[in-house]
Design a binder for this molecule. Structure first.
Ligand SMILES: Nc1ncnc2c1ncn2[C@@H]1O[C@H](COP(=O)(O)OP(=O)(O)OP(=O)(O)O)[C@@H](O)[C@H]1O
Length: 636
């Protein structure tokens, strides 16, 4: 497309998303977590049920010993242990109930990330990857990114479940310990805090080492790949030494990174030792004194050890392993996904506000491609605000192209199109679209209610406004037939082409568009209905440009623009009869009252093609089909 503003995007735009900042991991996953507060709450609630057995484990085991087995009542001891079994079943039920909530969060995270990467992939494919404008050739990028998303899904699922078990498990064990002996609970709580602090210090180091390892692996793959695929060339050129040095260096670097990560990983043992083993050792060392001094019964002592060994230690191990492996992988993968997804389509157009409605084309030339014949050549046209202009000419001559240029949908290869004195390419696109409505022949009707279709461009249009437009344009019959504004437009209530056009016309009529361009938008209406529609739009405040399907439309307009051979001639009907032979020829055909579709095609200057069927598009033009029906109503 000539001079397309899409090609004028800047790199900065691509690096920031629509909300005005770089797309970070937090901004990637934050909205998902926020929109799933309910599921997260339910997950927490079922996690409490799930960790019930941990909470009761030490207490029940202690009671079974003190009151049952050690008190010579093994039956009671067994009964208490059976009760603990029941708690385990309840805990399993809690796990079962928690799963769907965890799945809802994780699946929705996957969906959101997939949307981000597919959108980013499409943007990169169409607009370039930010490093260089223009389409990106890396078609496998989306596949790689969606694989990353799948990895994120698996890691996030595992991490969510484990972290929740850890958090609730530790709290449950500490509460249970507190019930047995507050001092042991306090010592254990302190140890757990120390372990947490150690883990917090260790995590950045682990992450750095993990990233370094990933980079070393990628570098090795990058270097080794070309060497292996070009192994014959390496042999032919005797470049073994260079190849060995290059690839060997990468292998050494990867090995060093692996060792460094493993060394940093040993810090995890310290976390488990500080959090779980230390309080266990303290309790063990003091056990004799605790029992002898009567601070703890033997059963309570065993119960405390159950809490430490079956509650705290597994939780800390899971924490260390999960955060140390899954967490790191997740954080790295998420960062990479965010970096890939951080791309926005360049805003077409500019930022200038629309400040007026006078349209001016100055020396405008346009062709559909650098080597195509120009459709319009150095065309100049003024359409002041409030005008009623008709555009006529044989089919394929460039009338729709003119409409698209005025609407800022196409951009001239030469010359300028201005709206209110500002080139349309510099105007804010959204504002421009609201200001100028180009209504094509094909009506856009979507699945939804009639009201939704009618108010698509002006969602806040009142019933009074709708009714006025409907009665002016003659859509009442259709509204009645469909059963009111709430009727759903679907295959079961088919609409005729004319009804579709009327719905579109009402939609535009109630919109805020100041300039309405009807590009054969009434071609499926009867001449009477077309006249009614055009008169309604002509009386509406603003400019009306009609790309005429019938010549009667031209006769209704205050001025007429004839398009022929890439040029424009503008005037009143009488002036054009004198000055524009193409116009006189069109009038001649119309007067004959013979639909052009049924007569021998007539040559209309250089763009007409002798022998082509009316309306048939060809490279250089089509046979005249602008007057497809005789317009009896407007016959002079
Ligand atoms: N997207 C496009 N790509 C390439 N050529 C196109 C494109 N759209 C239109 N053309 C060609 O440009 C020329 C002008 O087309 P345009 O639709 O503006 O003519 P028109 O006068 O509106 O025709 P009609 O009355 O049949 O709608 C024609 O030769 C047409 O085939």
């Amino acid at each position: 497309m000539p001079n397309s503003p899409r090609h004028a995007h800047d790199r900065q735009d691509q690096q920031h998303n629509a909300a005005g900042g770089p797309l970070t991991v937090r901004r990637l996953i934050g909205p998902v977590l926020r929109s799933h507060r309910g599921h997260l709450g339910a997950l927490a609630a079922w996690s409490v049920v799930e960790t019930g057995p941990v909470l009761l484990s030490g207490t029940i085991v202690g009671a079974a010993l003190d009151r049952g087995f050690l008190a010579g009542r093994p039956g009671l001891g067994l009964l208490l242990l059976l009760g603990y079994g029941g708690c385990l079943v309840l805990g399993t039920f809690g796990t079962r109930q928690a799963m769907p909530h965890a799945a809802a969060v994780v699946e929705s995270l996957r969906d959101a990330l997939t949307r981000h990467v597919v959108r980013a992939g499409l943007c990169r494919a169409v607009y370039g990857d930010g490093a260089a404008p223009g389409p990106s050739a890396d078609v496998s990028a989306v596949t790689r990114a969606t694989r990353q998303v799948e990895t994120v899904r698996q890691l996030a699922g595992g991490l969510l479940l484990t972290l929740r078990t850890v958090a609730f498990g530790v709290v449950a064990a500490l509460v249970g310990l507190f019930a047995l002996d507050p001092v042991i609970a306090a010592v254990t709580g302190g140890s757990v805090l120390v372990a947490g602090a150690l883990m917090t210090r260790l995590t950045p180091l682990l992450r750095r080492r993990h990233v370094a390892l990933l980079e070393a692996q990628e570098e090795l793959a990058r270097r080794a790949g070309p060497h292996l695929s070009g192994i014959r060339d390496v042999a032919t050129c005797g470049a073994w030494e260079t190849a060995t040095r290059t690839v060997g260096g990468c292998v050494d670097a990867e090995a060093a990174a692996l060792l460094a990560e493993a060394r940093a990983g040993t810090g995890r043992i310290a976390v488990i030792a500080a959090g779980a083993r230390l309080p266990f050792a303290v309790v063990l060392l003091c056990s004799a004194w605790l029992v002898r001094s009567g601070l703890l019964t033997p059963g309570a002592l065993i119960g405390a050890m159950v809490y430490l060994l079956q509650g705290i230690e597994p939780a800390l191990r899971a924490l260390v392993q999960t955060v140390g492996t899954m967490g790191l992988q997740l954080s790295v993968t998420l960062r990479r996904t965010a970096a890939f997804a951080d791309v926005v389509p360049p805003r077409p157009g500019g930022t200038a506000p629309v400040t007026g409605s006078d349209v001016a084309l100055t020396d405008v030339s346009f062709a559909y491609g650098p080597h195509a014949e120009p459709v319009l050549s150095r065309v100049t046209l003024r359409v002041p605000d409030g005008s009623h202009l008709a555009v006529v000419g044989p089919s394929g001559v460039g009338k729709s192209t003119l409409a698209l240029l005025i609407g800022g949908i196409e951009h001239p290869a030469g010359g300028t199109v201005t709206l209110g004195g500002t080139p349309v390419g510099l105007l804010d696109t959204a504002e421009l679209r609201r200001h100028v409505a180009v209504v094509p022949q094909q009506s856009y009707i979507f699945a939804g209610t009639l009201r939704e279709n009618l108010t698509m461009l002006s969602p806040h249009a009142t019933d009074t406004e709708l009714e006025a437009a409907i009665s002016l344009l003659g859509l009442e019959g259709t509204v009645r037939r469909l059963g009111g504004y709430g009727a759903r437009i679907s295959g079961s209530a088919p609409l005729s082409q004319g009804e579709r056009q009327l719905i579109t016309l009402v939609r535009v009529y109630v919109s805020r568009a100041r300039i309405v361009i009807l590009d054969e938008a009434t071609c499926h209406l009867e001449p009477v209905a077309e006249k009614r529609a055009e008169e309604a739009f002509a009386a509406r405040p603003g400019t009306l440009i009609v790309v005429a399907h019938r010549l009667s439309s031209a006769l209704r307009a205050r001025r007429i623009a004839v398009v022929a051979s890439g040029r424009l001639t503008v005037g009143t009907h009488a002036e054009l009869l004198d000055r524009a032979p193409e116009y006189a020829a069109l009038i001649g055909h119309w007067r004959s009252g013979d639909p052009l579709g049924r007569r021998e095609p007539v040559r209309y200057g250089p763009v007409g093609r002798v022998g082509a069927r009316p309306g048939t598009r060809t490279g250089g033009g089509t046979a005249p089909a602008a007057l497809t029906e005789p317009d009896v109503e407007a016959e002079p």
